[in-house]
Design a protein around this ligand. Structure first.
Ligand SMILES: *[C@@H]1O[C@H](CO)[C@@H](O)[C@H](O)[C@H]1NC(C)=O
Ligand SMILES: *[C@@H]1O[C@H](CO)[C@@H](O)[C@H](O)[C@H]1NC(C)=O
Ligand SMILES: *[C@@H]1O[C@H](CO)[C@@H](O)[C@H](O)[C@H]1NC(C)=O
Length: 462
């Protein structure tokens, strides 16, 4: 999606007023709810030890609980001795579960950066791989890296539809169609662009001649109007176009990823009615069908008419042309992906953001999971994760089934049970991202483009 005001997250830290603090503190000490400062501080120095101990305890208890005793030895040896990579830091959620002062919603809400006592924006971005759970070591490996590879002044050209195209080792992405700073909307359509992974990697290793990679505009023909989501499809790329004004309907396009970048429309209506503004698209690896989200950011960002359909998820069988609805009941279905075997669907609902109409903090900023039935229909909608850092936009799985979403402070990573195991902390909006094969990822941060290397791999391409 394309909320315009993603870029600068105002910072909020636990308020530390001196007035009356000591008195309140003493009262709480007496009441037994607070540890003396020295203990609190000391406990932070034991972070590493605690983590190592928890890792050992977990690796014993979890397998025992599951009756998987044969795994104990292997897990003990891997988790206990793993050193913390240079670019990683351990985050103890327990260290901020009880804060001295918890500010009201007018000061601490979905748009503010949460900085708990002991951390700063700088300390969080200096070592950007945040380990919330030892499972994250398997995701990042022993030497992860995060490199800023391109920037733009104010135009959010690094937005979404991040697609890796292996034959040319390029990564495609699109400009934000709805942000005021993009100058798009009714005046002009947002652009498709691409970069070379070889250049990104040269920049990471310090062997690139320039300080940024080259960003090339892709002249699709006929032009894809206001693309927002994208995915690989049979060697080509599908792009979800939001449409423009009354007369250019939202369209799902197939684009040739090589010159002349010719395109073919796959679907542009639901029984004669315009979609609201198509947002994201994913292909189910089991049945090969194309699923896509339709939501109303085009209207909320003033470049599409008032919606004429519910905000819902559609399914297209390209061969037969059958177009059905896979799920509804959302405020704003946005990012969409499948688990590696196609048995689960994940949809982000970004109802919290109403684009230029503002935010409503009681609406979803939530990842939902559905069970995909053998016949491709969805059931058992489950609340998978709620994101505190504004909202989860793009969502993708790795080859092991962990779930990643682009949020206001970076890419959050959950295990398949919905436990937050870590973050790739960009310190700025990560609208979307995509794996580019084994151990490589490109993250679009509106005015910033990042390249990450890690241990995890993306799912097989469709
Ligand atoms: C959310 O927090 C920010 C930063 O403290 C504040 O400026 C804004 O007014 C708050 N929003 C609401 C609706 O209270
Ligand atoms: C692009 O043009 C080629 C040659 O005519 C055609 O084979 C291919 O299907 C086209 N691709 C798309 C996505 O339109
Ligand atoms: C915020 O969303 C809730 C739930 O959808 C709704 O009841 C409420 O009216 C909304 N508030 C505003 C100010 O629009």
């Amino acid at each position: 999606m394309s909320p315009a005001r993603d870029n600068h997250v105002p910072r909020q830290r636990g308020r530390r007023t001196s007035k009356g603090r000591d008195a309140r503190y003493k009262d709480r000490l007496k009441a037994g709810v607070e540890e003396p400062d020295s203990v609190v501080r000391k406990s932070r120095y034991f972070t590493l030890t605690n983590m190592a101990i928890s890792a050992v305890v977990l690796s014993i208890l979890v397998p025992v609980g599951l009756g998987l005793l044969r795994d104990v030895d292997a897990k003990l040896s891997t988790s206990a001795v793993r050193p913390l990579p240079d670019k990683a830091q351990i985050i103890q959620q327990k260290s901020f579960n009880v804060l001295e002062t918890v500010p009201p919603p007018s000061e601490a809400n979905a748009t503010t950066e949460f900085l708990w006592p002991g951390v700063t924006h700088k300390s969080l971005t200096d070592r950007p791989f945040h380990v919330y759970d030892p499972e994250f070591y398997d995701v990042i490996g022993s030497d992860p890296s995060l490199t800023l590879i391109a920037t733009s002044d104010t135009d959010p050209i690094f937005h979404e539809a991040v697609v890796w195209y292996p034959p040319t080792e390029e990564v495609f992405f699109v400009q934000n169609a709805g942000a005021l700073a993009a100058g798009t909307g009714l005046k002009k359509s947002s652009i498709i662009q691409k970069i070379s992974l070889a250049e990104a990697d040269a920049l990471r290793s310090g062997s690139h001649a320039n300080s940024e990679v080259k960003v090339t505009v892709v002249p699709s023909s006929p032009q894809v109007i206001n693309p927002n989501g994208g995915t690989n499809y049979k060697g080509q790329i599908i792009l979800a176009g939001e449409g423009q004004g009354d007369n250019i309907p939202s369209t799902l396009y197939l684009m040739n990823p090589e010159e002349p970048y010719n395109t073919t429309a796959l679907v542009n209506n639901y029984f004669g009615r315009q979609f609201n503004s198509l947002n994201d698209v994913a292909v189910n690896p089991r049945n090969g069908d194309i699923y896509f989200t339709d939501t109303m950011y085009g209207y909320w960002q003033n470049f599409r008419p008032e919606p004429g359909l519910p905000n819902q998820v559609y399914r297209l069988n390209e061969e037969s042309g059958a177009l059905t609805v896979a799920a509804d009941g959302f405020v704003s279905p946005n990012g969409l992906t499948f688990s590696p075997d196609g048995s689960y669907a994940y949809v982000t609902d970004t109802g919290l953001s109403n684009g230029l109409f503002g935010s409503n903090f009681t609406r979803p900023s939530t990842v939902y999971r559905f069970k995909v039935q053998g016949d491709g229909t969805w059931e058992n909608r489950k609340t998978f994760a709620h994101v505190a850092a504004r909202l989860p936009d793009g969502v993708h799985c790795d080859s092991k089934g962990n779930v990643y979403a682009g949020c206001a402070d970076g890419v959050h990573v959950w295990n398949p049970s919905g436990k937050l195991i870590g973050k790739i902390y960009t310190g700025t909006t990560a609208a979307n991202f995509q794996f580019a094969g084994d151990g490589r990822m490109v993250i679009t941060g509106q005015t910033k483009l990042f390249y990450a290397t890690l241990a995890a791999s993306g799912v097989a391409l469709s």
